[in-house]
Design a protein around this ligand. Structure first.
Ligand code: ATP
Ligand code: MG
Length: 386
């Protein structure tokens, strides 16, 4: 910052870090905006490690002490025919113009060590009163970039703020434009939103907006909103719960948002478990065998939240027994030593032994398993001779 100032290129801290500092929170990243052009910045910071991926829209990342400082040339944007990207990015020498292109009043403040806080749109007051309000005319701002609709909801959920009436009206009116936004940008905002403390409240205020991005999202009342906000801060888990309340599968919605495969799989497995509904020790032990510990624990947690059924004692006893081949007190090599034919027969015997242990018809001890294995191997050999 000093270097830019020394070069007569005024430089301001801007956006989220000003907002967070005014709220007494330590900002996670530092964004700055400057009169210097990208070329001038790369010259001024020639001796530093730089990130230049954002150069075409005026951003240079300067790395110092392991921290990235993103510095962007004062910018204004014009036109936005696709509701996603400005048609033209113009550099300007005017910090106020740069602030005018920013989304919400609380994000449109800048700070300069000598000149102090620059707050042209009442951001500080909105911050004190807990209000998300567009900079400028809301309909136009959402038409320029419909992702701002979701960003408004994200900030409302993270900060537990309310959304100013005219901004909210425009968000509802322009919600369909969200369909034109790339799913990657949507997921990145949605994930932050769903993890946030006031996520439930926000979902219950604007169900129609969420239906534009979350396929057939089930409605949520104030009671559900409270439950949601108490769930672990895990966006995927919260989505699974949202759908699971109505026995719906969240996997297609996650897939459409191109969430990582593990997330889609997780939703699919929960839905399968919800349909199978294992509840006693034996059923849960089979579920552990088929889906693994993490999935079954999640199922038990979510069932408790969804319909107040409590399976944790049963799960404990299920886990206390043997439920996977690796736990058996015998292995494939020992079966071969006992004369088991090489090939699929080894797996067959192990599976047979596991089934008997899962059902507690056999003790999982080396002696008992060896005895039973010998019996089964003899049967296999008999079968083969016939
Ligand atoms: P976070 O704490 O999540 O980083 P942030 O406010 O810093 O919050 P960023 O996405 O990092 O959010 O964006 C930095 C700043 O850039 C914002 O504060 C805002 O001024 C501006 N900004 C970001 N996205 C948009 C957008 N879609 N439209 C207008 N301004 C935006
Ligand atoms: Mg930021």
């Amino acid at each position: 910052m000093c270097r830019l100032e020394d070069a007569q290129k005024s430089c301001w801290v801007v956006g989220g870090c000003v907002r967070d500092s005014l709220m007494g929170k330590m900002p996670t990243d530092w964004d700055m905006t400057t009169f210097a052009t990208p070329q001038e910045m790369t010259d001024i910071f020639a001796d530093k490690r730089l990130l230049l991926a954002g150069l075409s829209h005026g951003t240079v990342g300067v790395i110092e002490d392991g921290q990235v400082y993103e510095i962007t040339t004062f910018r204004l944007e014009s036109g936005c025919s696709d509701h996603r990207h400005p048609d033209k990015v113009l550099f300007t020498d005017n910090i106020v113009q740069d602030l005018t292109r920013r989304d919400f009043t609380i994000n449109a403040m800048a700070y300069h060590p000598q000149r102090g806080l620059l707050d042209c749109f009442g951001g500080q007051l909105d911050l004190q009163q807990g209000i998300i309000r567009c900079v400028g005319q809301p309909d136009m701002r959402f038409e320029e970039d419909a992702l701002r609709i979701l960003r408004a909801l994200r900030f409302a959920a993270v900060l537990d703020f309310s959304i100013e009436q005219d901004t909210l009206r425009a968000m509802r009116q322009k919600a369909a434009l969200l369909r034109e936004i790339s799913v990657e940008r949507i997921w990145s905002e949605l994930e932050k939103l769903l993890k946030a403390p006031a996520a439930g409240k926000v979902l219950s205020v604007c169900p129609k907006i969420f239906r534009e991005i979350l396929l057939e999202m089930p409605a949520i009342d104030t009671c559900d909103a409270e439950v949601l906000s108490k769930l672990p801060q895990d966006a995927v888990l919260r989505i699974i719960w949202l759908y699971g309340r109505l026995e719906k599968n969240a996997a297609p919605a996650l897939k459409r948002l191109r969430c990582p495969n593990v997330a889609v799989q997780r939703a699919q497995v929960f839905h399968q478990l919800q349909m199978d509904a294992p509840s006693n020790t034996l059923e849960l032990r089979y579920a552990l065998n088929r889906f693994g510990e993490v999935a079954v624990e999640e199922y038990v947690l979510l069932r408790r939240l969804i319909d107040k059924t409590e399976f944790s004692d049963n799960l404990k006893s299920a886990k206390a027994g043997c439920w996977k081949a690796a736990q058996l007190c015998i292995n494939g090599k020992e079966l071969l030593d006992l004369g088991c034919p090489r090939g699929k027969e080894v797996g067959e015997v192990l599976e047979g032994l596991l089934k008997l242990c899962i059902e507690e018809k056999l003790d999982n001890t080396a002696t008992v398993l060896r005895q039973e294995a010998q019996k089964q191997i003899a049967e296999i050999k008999n079968r083969k001779q016939q």
